[in-house]
Design a binder for this molecule. Structure first.
Ligand code: CTP
Length: 417
């Protein structure tokens, strides 16, 4: 075991936390020390401060029972406990937009490959050995017996210096295949390399089909972190690395061939879509649309039927091409926007759909139903027909202003008398 004394004053400048979080940390240290409990930082925060990167959230681990400290912490600081997980962790709201995870030092037993572990309270050593990579298994003590001390049981410091992502043991991805995706994120984010053990751990996982056993929900969560936790410029690298390691194939998915133009569309989609829609779009961005892929990504039977019906309409029939421009616009307007974005990734439709997304869907006549009524058009379906005709002509560029629309309507009225 390697220990290095590092004064907290040297760590503090890297902690980018709200003032309330520092006050909180101070109190927790005090209470843990009084009880004789070992309190420490683990995982990301330790790795990041050693790399001189900003630390934006803390994993605060206690070798002891948080329940003994929590009442006083909550009372003293007037904080709210957001939730308690079955993994002996507690989420606290410290400030607007800032939450903290309180973790119990624990050991994990994986009943079956790729299933969630059974956890039980334990000591810091077992808590270190349950982790994913050596660079994430360094701890920094905040109370005795290792106060203000870096503890390295797994040569994590050497790997940090060498820039290597190394699993703690070769069964690591058997237990939890999401770690391979995490490994890809760390490799790209930190511009590190994989140690040889990564490949050995992947083969071990294959022996028990661990990736195939990973639930759709956990797979989706992991994939979404590529998009929402890492920087967008890194996405091509993340996908390249995922492809190189055949991670999606291992889960049973077929990764689509993704072109640089697709990333531009993704950027647009992120601006235009709600979070929920962006999530669906991103999952469909990664794969070919097929029953198997949609199923693996957790789309319900109803959703799958709908998506495949639309897909067939666009790719098995050629009716869309025979439609007039306004009818095409109307077809696309009836589909969810995330699906329209997905269609735009296909060469056949890219040009028209991008025009629709950027321009056509916003083209509306300036003349309104009220204008038509005041011009003497009778209430009823004629109004709708005229408005549709006006929109068609605006889209086709035949009409360019409200004046031109009005004179067009006047000619129509005149002709009908
Ligand atoms: N961990 C693990 N296996 C997982 C998920 C997490 O061993 N499948 C451990 C790792 O030691 C990790 C810690 O739990 O460091 C906390 O996980 P998380 O908060 O997801 O990652 P961070 O370490 O905070 O790293 P970052 O958020 O920067 O990715």
């Amino acid at each position: 075991m390697k220990t290095i004394y590092i004064p907290f004053e040297e760590v503090k400048p890297f902690l980018v936390l709200p003032p309330k979080a520092f006050a909180f940390l101070h109190l927790v240290r005090f209470l843990a020390r009084n009880k004789g409990y070992f309190l420490y930082l683990a995982g990301g925060p330790v790795r990041d401060f050693l790399l001189k990167r900003p630390v934006k959230d803390l994993d605060l681990v206690l070798e002891g029972d948080w329940k003994e400290l929590l009442p006083e912490i909550l009372k003293e600081k007037g904080l709210t406990l957001l939730f308690q997980s079955p993994f002996l962790t507690y989420k606290l709201k410290i400030d607007e937009g800032f939450t903290l995870d309180l973790v119990t030092a624990r050991k994990e037993i994986y009943p079956e490959p790729a299933h969630l572990p059974k956890v039980s309270p334990s000591d810091f050593k077992e808590d270190i050995f349950r982790r994913d990579f050596t660079i994430n298994a360094l701890i920094y003590g905040l109370t005795p017996p290792y106060e203000e001390t870096l503890v390295d049981l797994v040569s994590g410091l050497a790997d940090l210096k060498k820039g290597l992502i190394r699993p703690l043991h070769l069964k690591s991805f058997v237990d939890d295949p999401t770690r391979a995706f995490r490994g890809v994120r760390y490799k790209v984010r930190l511009r590190f390399d994989f140690a040889e053990e990564i490949y050995l751990a992947l083969s071990e996982a294959d022996k028990v089909s661990s990736f195939k056993k990973l639930s759709a929900q956990r797979l989706i969560n992991e994939l979404l972190l590529f998009l929402f936790k890492e920087s967008l410029e890194d996405l091509p690298l993340l996908l390249e690395e995922t492809k190189r390691l055949k991670l999606l194939n291992r889960t049973g998915l077929v990764l689509r061939k993704i072109s640089p133009k697709d990333f531009e569309i993704l950027e647009l989609a992120l601006i235009e879509l709600s979070r929920k829609e962006a999530e669906k779009f991103f999952l469909l961005f990664l794969v070919e649309i097929s029953e198997e892929n949609l199923k693996r990504l957790g789309f319900s039977e109803k959703e799958r039927l709908r998506l495949l019906k639309w897909w067939n309409y666009f790719f098995k029939e050629d009716s869309f091409f025979k439609l007039g421009i306004i009818e095409k616009v109307e077809v696309l307007e009836k589909l969810p926007l995330y699906f329209v974005f997905r269609l735009s990734l296909e060469e056949t439709y890219r040009e028209f759909i991008l025009k629709f997304l950027k321009e056509l869907r916003f083209v509306k006549p300036e003349v309104t139903g009220y204008d038509l009524l005041s011009m003497g058009v009778k209430e009823g379906e004629t109004i709708g027909k005229i408005l549709k005709e006006l929109r068609r002509r605006r889209i086709e560029g035949e009409l360019r202003s409200k004046e031109e629309e009005l004179s067009f309507v006047k000619t129509l009225i005149f002709q009908s008398f």
